[in-house]
Design a protein around this ligand. Structure first.
Ligand SMILES: [Zn+2]
Length: 273
């Protein structure tokens, strides 16, 4: 497979990674924002097996999007009125070199001045960037960076997949639209499908060819295509998704003893040296 590369600039990557970690670690403190993503109408986003743009990418995108809007506080607006200051979104767009309509230009185009700004104008500007401008490209780009560092953190992946599983477990096939029947084995359980080779390859490298549980070296006996060792972190039978973020390496004997139970993923990692 041809390797693909991207530039990792670490622009506020850890800031958002930390927020996402907290969100998934203490879901009850953040129920409103989690409901917007996992809520009732959104189950469809968990059905299609193994999209390359994983559900976790989507979640990261959703979090950055919400924060961009939530961060427009009175305090922030006051700073805008009183002195020259860029909006966060402008700083981010500049960092990645996107071209866009600057907020100052937008203000004068709308015959306004900084002094009469309020949050409505900022939301309007953000919405215009969102629907006509490079907002989506920016958030996709940032999601890719954040995904890159969080994909190593199996605990975060497990927390995320458990949140999704609560949703999937509650789905009865009768309530679905006919085109969605095919994704299900039975009520609350998605069908087992073959794991794409790009998923196997990524998981094999992430877990360094070792069973995550007993650390048995599988690199000698494992090859792409022998799928017995690719395990769903949250089992399909417990509402687990077919998503790259829900797959880990497990040896045959650990896999056998797991057998459809939910067992916490390992938080032990091999040191760099
Ligand atoms: Zn093992």
């Amino acid at each position: 497979m041809k390797p693909s590369f991207f530039e990792l600039t670490y622009f506020e990557t850890y800031y958002f990674a930390n927020i996402i970690n907290n969100l998934l670690h203490e879901p009850f403190s953040y129920l409103r924002s989690l409901n917007e993503f996992f809520g009732d109408e959104n189950y469809k986003r968990f059905l299609e097996p193994f999209p390359k743009q994983s559900r976790f990418h989507d979640f990261i995108y959703h979090v950055i999007d919400s924060i961009t809007y939530e961060d427009i506080t009175d305090e922030e607006i006051e700073l805008f009125r009183s002195r020259k200051r860029k909006l966060w979104i402008e700083i981010a767009l500049d960092h990645f070199g996107f071209t866009y309509e600057k907020f100052d230009d937008w203000i004068s185009q709308h015959d306004k001045t900084r002094e009469d700004l309020n949050d409505d104008e900022i939301f309007e500007y953000l919405n215009e960037l969102k629907y006509a401008g490079p907002y989506e490209d920016l958030l996709e780009r940032m999601s890719e960076e954040i995904f890159f560092i969080l994909f190593l953190n199996r605990q975060v992946l497990q927390n995320f997949n458990q949140m999704a599983a609560h949703q999937i477990e509650d789905i009865s096939i009768d309530s679905l639209e006919p085109e969605d029947y095919m994704y299900f084995q039975k009520d609350g359980v998605l069908k087992r499908v073959s794991i794409p080779t790009w998923v196997q390859r990524a998981v094999l490298f992430r877990d360094r060819g070792m069973c995550v549980s007993c650390k048995k070296d599988l690199s000698g006996i494992l090859s792409i295509g022998s799928i017995e060792n690719f395990d769903h972190i949250v089992p399909l039978s417990k509402g687990g998704m077919n998503d790259i973020t829900n797959i880990q390496l497990l040896c045959e004997s650990c896999n056998k003893s797991k057998q459809g139970h939910s067992i916490d993923t390992s938080i032990k990692y091999e040191k760099w040296y």
